[in-house]
Ligand binder design. Structure first.
Ligand code: H2U
Ligand code: ZN
Length: 339
């Protein structure tokens, strides 16, 4: 059994959500005889006549996609949220409580090229994607309190189509996780007078051990409290509360930052790296935005190869998140890899 203090089991606190994660570094060498996922061989055409996201093709509801050139946004044909005023049935007992919700869901095609990924796109194309994220956030933020921009990539993540695309869901209330981040960032700001994540990015850049990559505007790091093996946080090094607040220069440097993290991911296990990623920024409500820092989370499931992933099961479902490989080791591997 390990006795080096750094290798002993310990718990780490996530100041963004208030949750804890169990870290068990001594366990990283345990034998593995679990599941092997089939590696998806990538032989996609530039245009797939059967893809419902490719230009000029028909979607499930019969609509035809335009002959789009960069990004293309449409209302999700199978929306999880509806615009209509829903009946907010009053709770008859506190144990059977429900609340009304209004919202909308859209799909964002990143490129007409069926064979690309965000990682493999040129900087100019990624800038167009960022501009689309900004425009959608600004427009939906005028009508809804929360706008969730995200990308779910890879069959392992339940993504239904390899065509490069993401989604945006907007709703009139704060979902659970942004609600926790909102609470934690406001509490930190009330005590310290500075945004939590602006202090955090400076601390991590001074320490260096969890930093994967940085330029003058952005830093990519494996957070101290990461739960997924190669989870990263993309943080601005300047105060900014929401996606639409980014000007031309930080937008350009963000495109470079996205390439840096995503190309490292692809190189890590030499695969089209699966992940869920998404943006968190200040809610579109009348609360002060100053405690908030815009940031993106990347949650990739892979653990040790293109086929072996981390499962959030057992203790994670019943106790709390747990990891073996430390965030410091994960950051060093991502930092050292040649994208
Ligand atoms: P995934 O990226 O998670 O697979 O989602 C793709 C979305 O595209 C999914 O939410 C929508 C699905 O509802 N979709 C359409 O809106 N129209 C279609 O013709 C097929 C899929
Ligand atoms: Zn396609």
């Amino acid at each position: 059994m390990a006795t080096v203090p750094a290798l002993l089991p310990h718990r780490r606190h996530n100041p963004l959500t208030g949750e804890w994660v169990l870290c068990s570094p001594h366990r990283a060498t345990r034998p593995w005889q679990g599941q092997q996922e089939a590696v998806a061989r990538d032989t996609r055409p530039a245009h797939d006549p059967n893809c419902y996201l490719c230009a000029r093709n028909r979607r499930a509801n019969g609509a035809t996609n335009p002959d789009y050139r960069d990004t293309f946004v449409f209302e999700n044909d199978f929306r999880a949220l509806l615009d209509e005023e829903t009946a907010g049935e009053g709770a008859s007992t506190p144990l059977l409580s429900r609340a009304p919700v209004r919202g909308t869901c859209r799909v964002i095609c990143f490129s007409p090229r069926h064979d690309l990924t965000l990682a493999r796109m040129e900087t100019a194309g990624i800038v167009r994607v960022i501009e689309t994220w900004q425009a959608e956030s600004a427009e939906l933020g005028r009508r809804y309190r929360w706008v969730q921009v995200f990308e779910n990539k890879g069959a392992v993540m339940g993504c239904s189509n390899p065509h490069p695309h993401g989604q945006v869901w907007a709703m009139d209330c704060l979902p659970t996780l942004p609600g926790a981040e909102d609470h934690q960032q406001r509490a930190y700001h009330a005590t310290h007078g500075r945004p939590l994540l602006l202090d955090y990015v400076q601390l991590e850049l001074e320490r260096g051990e969890r930093v994967v990559w940085h330029n003058d505007d952005w830093a990519v790091l494996v957070p101290y409290w990461a739960t997924w093996p190669f989870e990263t946080l993309l943080l601005p090094r300047f105060p900014v509360a929401r996606l639409p607040d980014l000007g031309a220069a930080p937008r350009e440097s963000l495109a470079t930052a996205l390439q840096a993290v995503l190309r490292r991911y692809d190189a890590l296990f030499q695969t089209d790296f699966p992940y869920s990623m998404g943006w968190h920024g200040a809610p579109f409500d009348d609360q002060p935005a100053a405690p908030w820092q815009l940031h993106a989370h990347f949650y990739p499931p892979l653990l040790r190869s293109a086929t072996v992933k981390k499962f959030m099961v057992g203790y994670e479902l019943l106790g709390e998140a747990q990891r073996d490989i430390t965030p410091e080791v994960a950051a060093a591997r991502l930092r050292e890899i040649q994208p």
